[in-house]
Design a protein around this ligand. Sequence first.
Ligand code: 3QA
Length: 231
Amino acid sequence: MTKLAIMGAMEEEIEPLLAHFDNVNKVDYANNTYYEVNHNGLDIVIAYSKIGKVFATLTASTMIQKFGCDTLLFSGVAGGINPDLKIGDLIIADKLCQHDLDITAFGHPAGFVPGGAVFVETSKELREIAKVVAIENNLKVIEGTIATGDQFVYKAEQKNFIESTFKADALEMEGASVAVVCDALNVPCFVLRAISDTADMDAGFDFDAFLKTSAVNSANYLIKILEKLQK
Ligand code: 3QA
């Protein structure tokens, strides 16, 4: 690892990370701001993409191709599906899918397009390190499937479709696109989320109430993982 990318989607998701570092150098590029820091000798680029798959794809590609990052960590919040995931709880994605990608009219499975795959895996090595960090810090972390799509999910019908079709444990709006970019460019990828809501009729309310605290939970765990990576 020579340069690390750390991404979120919303400002609230990277703010606690930026607060952790000093001497942040801002670089404006492609309608976004990239924050460069050096932490104990490691170059890190931090950015929030803006919400959704398109912006997340743009930011992940930029961090790898323009800034030269060779490992990518995502930190943020998600809607919980697995009933074991309560608000504030942590999930690391072992694989991700695009729940809104649909050419089933042509007999393809949901989430599949030719040349792609329904599920994209994240780096096993990074997950193993994260699990060691979780045990060392007595953190409860679930490893599972995250479904991504360009919708804030709050209706039972949407949530049930995603749960039954993809057996997803959590859902959000960026992870799978970042994983697709990293997979194509051979960059180890890690997607971490803390639950802000359970993608139900209260999701909008819960999200507003818990975005900040859950984003901090995710960021704090990510920082511990970063420290482990640097050892
Ligand atoms: C939702 C954020 C987007 O980046 C995806 C949060 C948490 N709960 C979710 C749910 N469905 C889908 N995704 C999520 N993130 C942005 S909408 C609110 C924006 O407020 C994960 C996530 N239930 C903007 C202020 O107007």
